[in-house]
Design a protein around this ligand. Structure first.
Ligand SMILES: [Fe+2]
Length: 392
């Protein structure tokens, strides 16, 4: 058994922990670049809470607003704009987009050049030679786990694909996870981001580079997401469910950065480059069909395949009320995943303008992604087409 273990330098989790942001930031310096998610209004709770915490330490703050998934060109422009401010740390506040933009800016400020020098797939893929300035990641959604990953997903408008900057130096120095910042998330964002966290845990649990440490965290993340995603989606007084989802998201980030993902994320990356499908919604729609295809393909190799043995745990985790029932294993959890997306009203892929004739190109693009290389079994392109068709 060989594995490597990477985490943020420090993780602070808990309700009210946002109040410590100023004291924590000052450990990195006094000039802070705040990369804020454009989906958060300036007078929203999370933004006001961060500014109150930073003001307590009289820090010099420059703000940059990132709208939607960060584009390659937007990151280059942002780096050029903030260079003269000479930030000593970057605080990413928001969903995965803002946190990933913060990581990208941090790395480029130190390493120089432009995004395409370092970007995978469509760029020159050069490694970063130096770590970026410290990143303080403060998630306001419970989904991507970007606070605990060493990559930054960027979108290229020119190439119509998503690709990552990657490197140990992109890992946040501090992940400050205050679940209270997610309390007012609207149901649609709770649903899609939560499905992302659940998918990331499940894919890293089954992926080729899974290890005992990621397995333990992935099972814990799946347990919490499966019991709390629907309550968090329905809203009301659901602090415990929000806490569960924030923790599931954090664990999913640790899992994916230390193990990898699979075919769901390969397909979701292909879809996200060409169509305006929210990443987590795509993951949630595809997950049951990919799981089903994986189980069939693994069983064709051997009914005692070690990954199939792991799959049997999924029913206990995702359908705990049926724990101990024999004979229906791995079917129940697929039904439960289908039921979850239906109950949350996740729109089908066709509602984003995707047609049957688009599927072969999407499958071919998915087959070229890095994520799909972690899938426990090779799924041929015709099978990927069938998976997409099942979610159309
Ligand atoms: Fe994801």
């Amino acid at each position: 058994m060989n594995f490597e273990w990477m985490t943020p330098g420090r993780i602070i989790f808990g309700r009210g922990s946002i109040g410590r942001a100023g004291r924590l930031a000052v450990e990195f310096g006094r000039r802070i670049l705040l990369v804020r998610d454009g989906g958060l209004a300036a007078d929203s709770g999370p933004v006001e809470a961060v500014y109150a915490a930073l003001a307590g330490e009289r820090l010099e703050v420059e703000e940059a607003v990132v709208r939607g998934e960060p584009a390659v060109e937007a990151v280059d422009e942002l780096v050029a704009r903030v260079r003269s401010f000479e930030p000593e740390a970057v605080c990413g506040l928001g969903g995965g987009s803002a946190i990933d933009a913060a990581k990208a800016v941090s790395a480029l400020l130190v390493n120089g050049g432009e995004v395409l020098d370092y970007l995978e797939v469509i760029g020159r893929g050069r490694p970063f030679s130096m770590p970026g300035i410290p990143v303080l990641a403060i998630p306001t959604t419970a989904g991507t786990g970007a606070e605990a990953t060493r990559n930054a997903v960027l979108t290229s408008r020119a190439y119509k694909v998503k690709a990552s900057l990657r490197g140990a130096g992109l890992m946040p120095r501090l992940a400050l996870v205050d679940p209270a910042l997610t309390d007012s998330l609207p149901p649609a964002i709770t649903a899609s981001t939560g499905l992302d966290a659940l998918t990331q845990c499940l894919e890293s649990y089954l992926c080729l580079k899974a290890n005992p440490a990621t397995d333990a965290l992935a099972l814990e993340g799946m347990k919490r997401a499966s019991r709390s995603l629907l309550p968090a989606f329905r809203g009301g007084d659901v602090a415990e469910a929000r806490d569960d989802m924030a923790l599931a998201a954090l664990l999913s980030g640790l899992c994916l950065t230390n193990a990898g993902l699979g075919a769901v994320h390969g397909l979701a990356a292909a879809l996200g480059g060409l169509f305006p499908v929210p990443h987590g919604a795509a993951c949630g729609l595809l997950l049951p069909h990919v799981l089903s295809a994986n189980i069939r393909a693994l069983a064709a190799q051997s009914t005692s395949h070690p990954v199939l043995v792991k799959c049997r745990r999924l029913d206990d985790i995702l359908v705990p009320e049926c724990e101990g029932l024999e004979g229906v294993k791995t079917v129940l959890c697929i039904d439960r995943l289908l039921e979850m997306t239906a109950k949350m009203g996740i729109p089908r892929l066709s509602s984003y303008g995707i047609k049957d004739s688009d599927l072969p190109a999407l499958a071919a693009a998915a087959a070229r992604t890095g994520s799909i290389k972690g899938n426990p079994v090779v799924l041929p392109e015709p099978v990927l087409v069938d998976i997409l068709r099942a979610a159309l």
